[in-house]
Design a protein around this ligand. Structure first.
Ligand SMILES: Nc1ncnc2c1ncn2[C@@H]1O[C@H](COP(=O)(O)OP(=O)(O)OP(=O)(O)O)[C@@H](O)[C@H]1O
Ligand SMILES: O=P(O)(O)OC[C@H]1O[C@H](OP(=O)(O)OP(=O)(O)O)[C@H](O)[C@@H]1O
Length: 304
C-alpha cells in the first residue's frame, strides 16, 4: 500500500518508536480506541477506525516534528521537549504520568565532589547538553553557553560509564530507580529536572477538532486511572458531613430514595468520583459518618 498518498487526509500523531515510552503509548492508544496495525519495520501505521496516521519516531525528534507543525499530535518526555527548546512552540496538552524520572547530576560516589558549584570548570558528559548548559549558565551566572567555564560534552548513550572511563568529572542523565547509577558507582548531587511523558500538539493543527477529540479521550483515560466511582446511601440530615468527605470532581450527584413509610426519615443516594488512592480511607469515613451500602466501582472509561 502507498502509505504516503493516504497521509494528506489524516492527522499525523508522532509516537516513540521504541524505548521506555513505547509500550505505555501503545496501551494509551488502545485505551483511546485508536486502532492500528504496525507492520514489521514500518514507521507509519494507518489507523483502521480514525483518520489518523501514527508516525513512530525517536522520542528526541518528536518535539521538533510537532513544534514545527509536521505532526498535529505527539507523545514524548518533558525532558525531550525542553532539551529541544520546543516548550514555547507546542501546546502542552496533558501530563500522562508515566515515564517519570529525574534528570540528575551524578558524581563518583567515592569522590570529593558533593555540590554542583564544585563542578564549575570541570568536565560534564550528557545526552542533554542544552539542559546541562542552561543549568551551569545559571550556576556560573553567565548569559551564553560560550561564556561557560564548565565543559559540557555530548554522548548519545551509556552516559553513566563516562566518569569511570575518565571522560567526565560528572554526568547529567535520567534516573528512575537509581540502580543504573549505583551500579556505575555514582551518586546524585542535584536534580536538574523532574520529567514524565506528555501529550503535546502543534500550535496550528491541521485537524483541530480531531486533536480535541483525542485530547478528551486521553483526559478520560487519565481520569479513569485516577478515580473510582463511589455510591452510597445516607440520611438527608448527614448530607453536609458526607459531602465534605466526597465533594466529587465538580459536585456529587444526589437522588432521593423512595420512602418505605411516612415516618421514615428522608434518605438519599449519592454518586461521586473519589481518588483511587484515598478510596479505603473515604469508605471508612463515610461509614463512621452514618452512610450505608457504600460501593466503589472501577471506571473503565470516561469523558470529563
Ligand atoms: N529510566 C527511566 N525511567 C522512566 N522514564 C525514562 C527512563 N529513561 C528514560 N525515560 C523517559 O523515556 C524517554 C525516552 O528514553 P529512552 O531511553 O527510551 O530513549 P530512546 O528513544 O530509546 O533513545 P536511546 O536510543 O537514546 O535510548 C526519555 O526522554 C524519558 O522521558
Ligand atoms: O534509574 P534507573 O531505573 O536505573 O534508570 C536509569 C537508566 O534509564 C535510562 O536509560 P535506558 O535504560 O532507557 O537506556 P539508554 O541508556 O540506552 O538510554 C537512563 O539513561 C539510565 O541509564
Amino acid at each position: 500500500m502507498d502509505l504516503v498518498n493516504h497521509l494528506p487526509d489524516r492527522l499525523l500523531f508522532a509516537v516513540p518508536k521504541k524505548g521506555r515510552l513505547y509500550e505505555k503509548c501503545c496501551e494509551l492508544l488502545s485505551g483511546a480506541d485508536i486502532q492500528f496495525r504496525r507492520s514489521n519495520r514500518l514507521d507509519i501505521a494507518l489507523s483502521t477506525n480514525l483518520p489518523v496516521a501514527l508516525i513512530f519516531l525517536p522520542a528526541a525528534d518528536i518535539p521538533i516534528f510537532v513544534g514545527e507543525g509536521n505532526c498535529d499530535l505527539g507523545i514524548t518526555g518533558l525532558d525531550q521537549i525542553k532539551e529541544a527548546d520546543m516548550l514555547k512552540d507546542i501546546e502542552d496538552l496533558l501530563d500522562l504520568q508515566f515515564g517519570s524520572c529525574k534528570l540528575q547530576i551524578q558524581v563518583p560516589a567515592e569522590g570529593d565532589i558533593t555540590t554542583p558549584d564544585q563542578l564549575i570548570g570541570k568536565k560534564i558528559v550528557s545526552s542533554f547538553t542544552k539542559l546541562s548548559s542552561d543549568y551551569f549558565q545559571s550556576l556560573e551566572n553567565v548569559s551564553t553557553a560560550s561564556e561557560l567555564k564548565t565543559n559540557i560534552r555530548y554522548v548519545g548513550g551509556s552516559v553513566e560509564a563516562s566518569c569511570a572511563l575518565g571522560v567526565a568529572d560528572a554526568i547529567v542523565d535520567l534516573v528512575e530507580s537509581g540502580e543504573t547509577m549505583k551500579a556505575a558507582g555514582l551518586k546524585p548531587i542535584e536534580t536538574v529536572l523532574t520529567t514524565s511523558a506528555h501529550l503535546i500538539s502543534s500550535k496550528n493543527p491541521k485537524f483541530p477538532e480531531l486533536v480535541q477529540i483525542i485530547h478528551q479521550r486521553f483526559e478520560g483515560i487519565m481520569a479513569a486511572q485516577r478515580y473510582t466511582l463511589c455510591e452510597y446511601n445516607a440520611p438527608r440530615s448527614i448530607l453536609p458531613t458526607v459531602l465534605k468527605i466526597t465533594p466529587g470532581r465538580r459536585a456529587a450527584t444526589i437522588s432521593a430514595l423512595e420512602k418505605r413509610s411516612e415516618e421514615e426519615e428522608d434518605w438519599v443516594a449519592v454518586s461521586t468520583m473519589v481518588e483511587k488512592k484515598r478510596t479505603s480511607d473515604i469508605m471508612d469515613q463515610l461509614k463512621k459518618a452514618g452512610a450505608t451500602d457504600i460501593l466503589c466501582f472501577e471506571i473503565k472509561n470516561c469523558r470529563v
